[in-house]
Write a protein that binds this ligand. Structure first.
Ligand SMILES: NC(=O)c1ccc[n+]([C@@H]2O[C@H](COP(=O)([O-])OP(=O)(O)OC[C@H]3O[C@@H](n4cnc5c(N)ncnc54)[C@H](O)[C@@H]3O)[C@@H](O)[C@H]2O)c1
Length: 436
């Protein structure tokens, strides 16, 4: 099948490259000429493990192309995916759908023959109806079907997630669209990935319900962690104790500095707004948003506590800036409010991240960018682990101690134990584990 992918970001590029790998003919389109030029030179504009090889091999095979111009790609396509951003709208937290509707208008003008237009971006319930209306208004009588096909891939494991999904959700009531979608995903269906066909509004809501549920699980264990700290219990053992129950499951039960990233914060907020608009408020999601917001700065207070409240003029080393390991994505990363809060308390902040440094330069201000963990630790009164990159899991404590002004470790991902730290002469703070 011939596919046009509109939006070549984290989702569009991975999805486009994977569809090409299945044997489809794909053109990835983006308005950002710099991104497309880089891709045409063989450079990958984002960090995603395995993506460089996947893109290179499919470009070489002639199945994957890049373009800034949308019309030729859409004209030739059987299926057009909308994979543009849907950030929080400034001011009210609703999803900003201007990129989606903008793309829909451009697609409508270019459609030639029956075409399936598929929203892969995460969009509030009812957006498919509006995309259909926008297309009909721009090109009355044009032959197309609008489908919802939300994406569930995770950055850092995106190719594996796309190729081995737990399920593929497809929202459509149109038989011709259903046939096209089945053909597109046939290679995965053969791998036994279930295709779940629903109506369009249900598919749209499934995506938000899934993200809100996962965000709730994280927030729940974070609050249990706070209680565990106060009463002298261990949140990791609690997570294991409840996670072994099949009804609960062990995933998304890692206590930490609060969720961030390009999806959970904006999607929980948008779902909350949708609930309020429809007079079906989602009180649990509202609590999750508020608890998570407050947690970010609370982590800076944890650092202050480890320094006995004496932060002003001290240097604090922050390891890990991206919102999770194996991505260069800093959107809504917990590191950002943590750094700001530490600076508000008068700290000087040194930072290091294995791949997020370039992206961080436009986002965090007045920090010293360092070359590795040990350089970052130079002169620091406390070392704070914010993102659990593999290379932070076996740090050389003796080297750190030598570099630091005082041996204080604040481990916001619980990758070490109090015993490890004490053995090396470090004072140690973590999340949800009683101080020993
Ligand atoms: N990032 C994730 O892990 C993830 C996972 C699942 C779902 N999603 C959803 O997928 C959508 C895309 O997310 P992303 O992280 O890939 O965003 P992104 O910001 O990385 O990429 C979006 C791209 O769309 C381009 N664009 C915008 N308007 C365009 C137009 N009219 N024509 C061509 N290109 C256009 C932008 O230049 C940008 O490169 C969002 O709705 C997001 O919520 C993201």
């Amino acid at each position: 099948m011939r596919v046009a992918m509109i939006g070549t970001g984290y989702v569009g590029l991975v999805s486009g490259a994977c569809f090409a790998d299945f044997g489809h003919e794909v053109t990835c389109v983006d308005k950002d000429a710099g991104k497309i030029e880089a891709l045409e030179r063989g450079e990958i504009p984002i960090y995603e493990p395995g993506l460089d090889d996947l893109v290179a091999s499919n470009v070489k095979a002639g199945r994957l192309r890049f373009a800034t111009e949308l019309a030729p790609a859409v004209k030739a396509a059987d299926a057009v995916f909308i994979a543009v951003g849907t950030p929080s709208r400034r001011g009210d937290g609703h999803a900003d759908l201007s990129y989606v509707y903008g793309a829909a208008r451009e697609i409508a003008a270019a459609i030639d023959g029956f075409t399936v237009v598929i929203t892969k971006s995460t969009v509030p319930v009812g957006t498919g109806d509006e995309v259909e209306r926008v297309i009909a208004e721009t090109r009355p009588g044009c032959d197309c079907a609008v489908v919802s096909n939300p994406e569930f891939l995770r950055e850092g494991a995106a190719i594996r997630d796309f190729k081995h999904p737990d399920r593929i959700v497809i929202g459509t009531g149109d038989d011709r669209a259903r046939a096209v979608m089945t053909e597109l995903y046939r290679p995965l269906y053969l791998n036994r990935a279930p295709l779940l066909f629903t109506d369009r509004r249900t598919a749209e809501l499934i995506k938000y319900a899934a993200n809100a549920f996962l965000a709730t699980k994280i927030t729940f264990i974070n609050e249990i962690a706070d209680l565990a700290e106060k009463v002298g219990a261990d949140v990791q053992e609690i997570a294991r104790g409840i996670g072994l129950d099949n009804r609960i499951g062990s995933k998304f039960l890692h206590a930490g500095p609060g969720f961030g990233g390009s999806c959970f914060p904006k999607d929980t907020l948008a779902l909350m707004k949708t609930g309020q608009d429809h007079e079906a408020p989602l009180r649990i999601v509202e609590a999750v948003v508020s608890v998570n917001d407050q947690r970010k700065r609370a982590m800076a207070r944890k650092v202050a506590h480890a320094l006995q409240g004496d932060v002003r003029g001290k240097t604090v080393a922050v390891l890990g800036l991206t919102f999770k390991p194996n991505t260069d994505d800093l959107r809504e990363a917990p590191s950002i409010p943590l750094i700001t809060a530490l600076q508000d308390m008068g700290a000087r902040v040194r930072v290091y991240d294995p791949v997020g440094m370039e992206a961080a330069k436009g986002v965090v201000d007045k920090v010293t960018f360092c070359t590795d963990a040990y350089d970052c630790a130079q002169g620091a009164a406390a070392l704070v682990i914010v993102t659990e990159w593999e290379q932070f899991r076996a740090l050389d404590f003796a080297r750190l101690k030598q570099a630091m002004a005082q041996p204080v470790l604040v481990d916001l991902r619980n990758i070490y134990s109090a015993e490890d730290a004490a053995r090396h002469g470090f004072a140690y703070e973590s999340v949800g584990r009683a101080r020993k």
